[in-house]
Design a binder for this molecule. Structure first.
Ligand code: TRP
Ligand code: SF4
Length: 330
């Protein structure tokens, strides 16, 4: 049987080049290697932290779908869908909520960390505590064996495995214990050298126009020890240089030498980077423009993908109900 992959993202904002290297490129690779891939826009999960602000969700769902497809996810090869259009996720979530012990959720490090860090949102809800239970349902409703995720998501996957084990031991072998696919990805810092994030205002988005990219690159932080052009630079501490390593591979060795030898100025160095970055994102930008012009078609793709996802999810939910001993069938 073909190996099933599932992953997803919450529609909480447009995707940036960190997402491209951290997730999307890997998702595309798995798709092209012939896995049976399900890629989901997790709109219910977006509610878990932002239930009071839903006015942007529709727009973010569309933007993320455009980002997915223009980065190379192909709706003909992968099933690209919206979580809330596949109601079996919520049914399985309810069933899992019956068997997951509350202490497992309360000691989840992601939960504890976010409770500490996020102060501007109400996280005191049942849905937020149960976030990983819904994630387990997302994965297991397709019996996915592999889940490409970032390291930060490993505790959630561990809970998925525990839920699968417990279900299987209670009602009979039904679910695989899925494994993570962690990718070795180059770390792309934000334009200020910190972690790239929407909330730090330091991200370069897939949707950014060439003008905006130029502007953002021109304002990037550089080696703080290099004050005058004659000062030798330290490329290893410079975010601009981290970008050259990724987007300007051919010239990176030369730039390193010239920076250390104070032969190139930072303005010039950034200008070169801006051009490379614009060139690199050109293909995505062209596809984005095309997709953005036909929102009707885009929604159709997502509705179709969700229908296709349901073909699998209905089978699983029926099997689950049968195993539990319910009357089932549709
Ligand atoms: N929790 C994931 C994130 O924040 C998103 C997500 C929801 C997900 N359901 C999933 C990822 C299932 C992998 C599998 O990035
Ligand atoms: Fe960074 Fe380039 Fe300036 Fe060197 S020349 S400090 S690599 S921006």
């Amino acid at each position: 049987m073909e190996k099933v992959i599932l992953s997803g993202m919450r529609p909480t904002g447009p995707l940036h080049i960190g997402h491209l290297f951290g997730a999307l490129k890997n998702w595309k690779k798995l798709q092209d290697e012939g896995y049976k891939c399900f890629y989901m826009i997790a709109d219910y999960h977006a509610l878990s932290t932002d239930y009071a602000n839903t006015e942007d969700i529709k727009n973010y769902v569309e933007e993320i779908a455009i980002d997915f497809i223009s980065s190379g996810l192909d709706p003909e090869k992968s099933t690209i869908f919206i979580q809330s259009l596949v109601p079996e996720h919520t049914e399985l979530h309810l069933i899992f909520s019956m068997i997951i012990p509350i202490p497992y959720l309360e000691r989840n490090p992601v939960y504890k960390e976010q409770r500490e860090e996020i102060k501007d949102k109400d996280l005191n809800t049942y849905g937020f505590l149960g976030y990983p239970v819904l994630q387990a349902a997302d994965i297991l409703i397709y019996k996915a064996e592999f889940v490409p995720i970032g390291i930060d998501q490993l505790p959630h996957l561990e809970l998925t495995r525990e839920i699968a084990r417990k279900f299987n031991s209670l009602y009979g072998q039904t679910f695989p214990e899925p494994q993570a696919i962690l990718t070795e990805t180059p770390k792309i810092p934000g334009t200020d050298g910190r972690k790239m994030s929407k909330s730090y205002n330091n991200a370069i988005y897939l949707k950014d126009s060439p003008e905006i990219i130029k502007e953002k690159v021109s304002k990037m932080f550089t080696d703080p020890k290099r004050i005058y052009k004659n000062d030798p630079g330290h490329p290893e501490t410079c975010p601009v240089f981290s970008y050259h390593k990724i987007f300007n591979e051919k010239k990176v060795a030369e730039i390193e030498i010239d920076c250390k030898g104070a032969k190139i100025g930072c303005t010039d160095c950034k200008k070169q980077l801006g051009e490379k970055l614009i060139e690199y994102l050109e293909e995505i930008r062209i596809k984005r423009e095309k997709l953005g012009k036909n929102k009707g078609k885009l929604i159709e793709i997502l509705v179709e993908g969700s229908k296709k996802a349901r073909e699998t999810s209905i089978k699983t939910i029926n099997e689950v109900k049968e195993k539990i001993g319910f009357i089932y069938g549709r």
